[in-house]
Ligand binder design. Structure first.
Ligand SMILES: [Zn+2]
Ligand SMILES: [Zn+2]
Length: 284
């Protein structure tokens, strides 16, 4: 199933970006691509949210029909723009949300659309969008770390069991709003929950992304914590991607070099690109 061929070319990728087809971004795709080239990116993947969000900031809404229609337009726009930018490869992806009752329709969507790459993310705990600092902190002030972080990792385990995606996104994004309230994130405290998730990822061939947006948030740390990356290496996770999670042009390609340095320091020797959901490894 997997193409394990390692290419010895240098490859710098930003595999987590949003454009104007995500409700939380108004970024023009051409600006995004031009900035990525300036940042030395060889390959970019546009990974819009699969769901939409109401303007009042509530939790997301997902329907097969709306998503099918919108992602058909995303793909068409990529195909049009790619012709004008031969020096960068533009891949077609999405960032999925795990909400149990959505998953049968989500499976149908990812089977029907020819995505290159899919990120699986958990953004919602106890019906609160915890990837939003202000919203998450309202919850975190009411309940302790043990409750919220374990609810978060429980959801993630279920998402990996479902498994129809390429990499887990921003693995410990719970620390984004949590660091101010609970103090620095310590993966050791949650190791009992994290290890089975990583083992299941390994078993299913699911990779993990290094997401630099954590460095722009209050926790000032990349997602995931380096201890989690060390466990990934020990367990034998095969595929790693780097992504800025940029919703604005200026953030595209941001700190990707730093993410690759972190991988190298840990002894992880490759990153992966994806085409029609099949990974290829490149030496870093
Ligand atoms: Zn996300
Ligand atoms: Zn994102």
């Amino acid at each position: 199933m997997y193409n394990a061929y390692i290419k010895y070319l240098k490859m710098k990728i930003d595999y987590h970006t949003h454009n104007h087809f995500s409700v939380d971004s108004s970024q023009s795709t051409i600006d995004l691509i031009e900035h990525a080239i300036k940042m030395g990116i060889d390959e970019i993947c546009i990974t819009n949210h699969i769901e939409t969000f109401p303007q009042d900031g509530g939790t997301g809404i997902f329907t097969y029909e709306e998503a099918f229609e919108r992602f058909t337009q995303v793909k068409k726009e990529i195909d049009d723009i790619q012709k004008d930018f031969p020096n960068i490869k533009i891949k077609f992806g999405a960032e999925l949300e795990y909400i149990e009752e959505w998953m049968p329709e989500m499976k149908r969507l990812v089977d029907d659309i020819d995505f290159d790459f899919l990120i699986g993310s958990v953004h919602v705990v106890d019906e609160v969008v915890i990837s939003n600092t202000e919203l998450s902190q309202e919850l975190y002030k009411k309940v302790d770390e043990e409750h919220t972080y374990s609810r978060y990792f429980e959801q993630m385990f279920k998402m990996v069991e479902w498994g129809n995606f390429s990499v887990v996104g921003h693995f410990d994004v719970c620390k984004k709003g949590g660091t101010d309230i609970y103090g620095p994130f310590n993966p050791e405290k949650h190791k009992k929950q994290i290890i089975p998730i990583l083992e299941l990822m390994k078993q299913k061939g699911i990779g993990i992304e290094l997401n630099t947006s954590g460095l722009r948030s209050n926790c000032k740390e990349i997602y995931p914590h380096t201890d989690i990356l060390k466990w990934c290496k020990e367990i034998g996770i095969e595929h790693y991607t780097t992504g800025s999670d940029g919703h604005e042009t200026k953030d595209i390609g941001w700190n990707i070099d730093k993410a690759m340095e972190i991988l190298k320091e840990i002894g992880i020797k490759t990153i992966s690109t994806y085409e029609k959901r099949i990974p290829t490894k490149f030496e870093i």
